[in-house]
Ligand binder design. Sequence first.
Ligand SMILES: Nc1ncnc2c1ncn2[C@@H]1O[C@H](COP(=O)(O)OP(=O)(O)OP(=O)(O)O)[C@@H](O)[C@H]1O
Length: 238
Amino acid sequence: MARPVTVSGLTKRFGDRTVLNGLELTIERGEFVALLGRSGSGKSTLLRVLAGLDDDIEGTAEVEGTVSVAFQQPRLLPWRRVWRNVVLGLRRDGASRANDRALAERALGEVRLADHADDWPLTLSGGEAQRVSLARALVREPDLLLLDEPFGALDALTRIAMHGLVEDLWRRHEPAVLLVTHDVDEALLLADRILVLGEGRIVSEHVLGLPRPRALTDHVEVRARVLEDLGVTESALA
Ligand SMILES: Nc1ncnc2c1ncn2[C@@H]1O[C@H](COP(=O)(O)OP(=O)(O)OP(=O)(O)O)[C@@H](O)[C@H]1O
């Protein structure tokens, strides 16, 4: 099976503004990649292109296999029960539809929400709703999982719990992951490789070799280098 992402010479303009400028990127099967970059650097734009939501581009962006996306907001349909939201995006024929409830229950079990299958989305907490969104992304068994700041709207404790959950789900399902985040520590905990986007291209790449689960202290030097690439100095944070 081909590599899930091969991007070459990708340029994306909005009017006369060039947001992505000759970007090169490959992601291997099962690889967990984090994408960092300053606000407005084009991270979401790149994700939208990879998700097939924007094809008005120059260059090539080849994506192989099934793609799922989870956004910062869980985007659940409030008038559908939780389990129906999970199977919403599945390609369906008569035979598989009969199986939907079982598929949804299994996916909800994986994100530890087995008891919430019949709830309405608006009764869920923010972290629970985001877990439903993850279940919905994974039920399609994607080859590529695109995560656009999926934990950005959650409180710090819930976010820590979600890191463990995502790592667990990634190991079990083995999709390639592209995680857009503002959180350097999140990237250091989860990713095989950290990319920094700037001036429309990948300006730096950091490969993280250490085993998992990781501690934040594992990558002190890489952390400093990534922050430097983002234009942040430790003294400015102190
Ligand atoms: N539909 C659009 N029309 C015009 N400009 C756009 C559009 N979408 C994005 N842009 C511009 O492209 C640039 C990159 O936006 P994008 O959302 O990709 O950045 P980002 O790195 O994800 O930012 P953030 O970290 O703040 O979410 C921004 O300047 C934005 O204003």
